[in-house]
Design a protein around this ligand. Structure first.
Ligand code: NAD
Length: 381
C-alpha cells in the first residue's frame, strides 16, 4: 500500500506527520512511502533524508494525493493554497486518512470525508488505554505543549524563576499557577519547578492531587460532592455552581501569580472560562497569562487566538498550536504514534481493520462512506 505524506498547509503548522526515520521503518514493514517535496523542512527534515530512507519525494501534490492508499497528516484537511482545491477533493475514494480531525469540534469536515468515501482515523479519538499508549498522540503533543508554555511565558516575564541569593540582594522565586493537571499541565508543572518557580495547580478532578504534589506542586482544591471524572478519566463538564466556587477560590491565587498557564479542556465541549477579565484586571503589572485552550474557546476571557495581547498591563498569549513551535520533537513523537497505530492495524504492508478492536472502534470515525461515530453523527442531525 502507498502511504502519502503531504506538507501541512494550515497556517503556522510546522510539523510533519512522518519523519525520515519512521518513513524507513514503514518501508521495512512493506509500505511504499511518498512524501511531498519540502514536507519536513520546517521540522528540520530534508528531502534528501527522506530519499535516503527509501521514500519517494514528489513535487506534484495532486499526484501525491491521488495515488495514495493511506494519507498521514497532522491537521484536518482544508483548501489547498497552491491548487485552490480542497484536500478532500484531491483524495480518491477509498483512501484512509489518519490525522488530528477534532471532528467533535469540526463535524462538517468528517461529513465531507464520508461523502467522498474517505475512511478516517482521528488521532484525537485514540482511547487512553494502556494498549494504546504508544499511539496516544494527544499525550505526546500535550507534553511538548506543556514544556513550551513555560518557556514562552518565562521569556516574556520580567523576572527570573528561581530564588537567588546574591550580594546584591535576594530574589524571590516566581509564582506560577497552572489550571488543569492533564498531560500538558503536569508537564508545565515539572518544567516550571525545574526552573525554580513555586507552582500551584488547580483541577476539577481531585484524583490528580497526589500527582501534583509528587511533582512538587501545591494543589488548589475546590471542595465538592460532585463526581468530576468520567469512566475514561476525563473531566466532566462542571456545573455552574462548581465553576462559581472555583472562581472565588482561585481569584486570590491568580491575582498573586506572576504566570498563569491554563490547560483546562473538557473533550468535545467549549473550554470552561476560568480566568475572568476581573481577575486579569487585578493581576500584577508585568504578569503573563498563556491560554492553551484558546483553540477551543479559551480559558481566559481576554485571550485572542493566534495573538499575544497586552491588557491591564498583563501579557496574554493566545498561541493555538504550541507543539508546532517545537516541530522537530513534536513530529518525531507524532510519527512514532502513527507508526505504532499502523503496526496495530496492518500486516505486511496491508491494512487489516478489525472492527471489534477497541482502538479501531474508538478512533475510526468514517468508514464505507458513512460517519460511524455516534457522537459525531449526533452533531450533524
Ligand atoms: P485534557 O487536555 O482533556 O484536559 C486538561 C485538564 O483540564 C484535565 O486534567 C481536566 O480535568 C482539567 N479541567 C477541565 N475542566 C477544568 C476546570 N474547570 N478547572 C480546572 N481544570 C479543569 O486532559 P488530558 O491531558 O488529555 O488528560 C485527561 C485524563 O486522561 C487525565 O486523567 C490523564 O492522566 C488521562 N490520560 C490517560 C492516559 C492513559 O491511560 N493511557 C493517557 C493520557 C492521559
Amino acid at each position: 500500500m502507498v502511504i502519502s505524506v503531504p506538507k501541512e498547509i494550515m497556517e503556522g503548522e510546522n510539523r510533519v506527520a512522518v519523519t525520515p526515520d519512521v518513513a524507513g521503518k514503514l518501508i521495512k514493514k512493506g509500505f511504499e512511502v511518498q512524501v511531498e517535496s519540502n514536507a519536513g523542512l520546517n521540522a528540520g527534515f530534508t528531502d534528501e533524508e527522506y530519499t535516503n530512507a527509501g521514500a519517494k519525494v514528489l513535487g506534484d501534490v495532486q499526484e501525491l494525493y491521488s495515488n495514495a492508499d493511506i494519507i498521514l497528516k497532522v491537521q484536518r484537511p482544508m483548501e489547498h493554497p497552491a491548487t485552490g482545491k480542497h484536500e478532500i477533493e484531491m483524495m480518491k475514494s477509498g483512501t484512509m486518512l489518519i490525522t488530528f480531525m477534532y471532528a467533535l469540534h469540526y463535524p462538517q469536515v468528517a461529513k465531507q470525508c464520508a461523502e467522498k468515501g474517505i475512511d478516517v482515523i482521528s488521532m484525537d479519538m485514540i482511547p487512553r488505554t494502556t494498549l494504546a499508549q504508544k499511539m496516544d498522540a494527544l499525550s505526546s503533543q500535550a507534553n511538548i505543549a506543556g514544556y513550551k508554555s513555560v518557556i514562552m511565558t518565562a521569556n516574556v516575564l520580567g523576572k527570573i524563576f528561581p530564588l537567588m541569593m546574591t550580594a546584591a540582594g535576594t530574589i524571590q522565586p516566581a509564582k506560577v499557577v497552572i489550571m488543569g493537571a492533564g498531560v500538558a499541565g503536569l508537564q508545565a508543572l515539572g518544567t516550571a519547578r525545574r526552573l525554580g518557580a513555586i507552582v500551584e495547580v488547580s483541577d476539577i478532578r481531585p484524583q490528580v492531587k497526589e500527582e501534583v504534589q509528587s511533582l512538587g506542586g501545591r494543589f488548589i482544591e475546590v471542595e465538592t460532592d460532585e463526581d468530576m471524572q468520567d469512566e475514561g478519566g476525563y473531566a466532566k463538564e462542571a456545573s455552574e455552581e462548581f465553576l462559581r466556587k472555583q472562581k472565588e477560590l482561585i481569584f486570590k491565587h491568580i491575582t498573586q501569580a506572576d504566570i498563569v498557564i491554563t490547560t483546562a479542556l473538557v473533550p468535545g465541549k467549549k473550554a470552561p472560562v476560568l480566568v475572568t477579565e476581573e481577575m486579569v484586571k487585578n493581576m500584577r503589572p508585568g504578569s503573563v497569562v498563556l491560554d492553551m485552550a484558546v483553540e477551543f474557546g479559551g480559558n481566559c476571557e481576554l485571550s485572542e487566538k493566534g495573538k499575544t495581547v497586552k491588557k491591564y498591563n498583563v501579557t496574554i498569549i493566545g498561541e493555538p498550536n504550541l507543539p508546532s513551535l517545537v516541530p522537530t520533537n513534536a513530529s518525531e513523537m507524532y510519527a512514532k504514534n502513527l507508526l505504532a497505530l499502523l503496526e496495530h492495524i496492518s500486516k505486511e504492508g496491508k491494512m487489516e481493520l478489525d472492527m471489534e478492536d477497541e482502538i479501531v472502534q474508538g478512533a475510526l470515525i468514517c468508514h464505507n462512506s458513512e460517519i460511524i461515530n455516534e457522537r459525531i453523527k449526533s452533531l450533524l442531525t
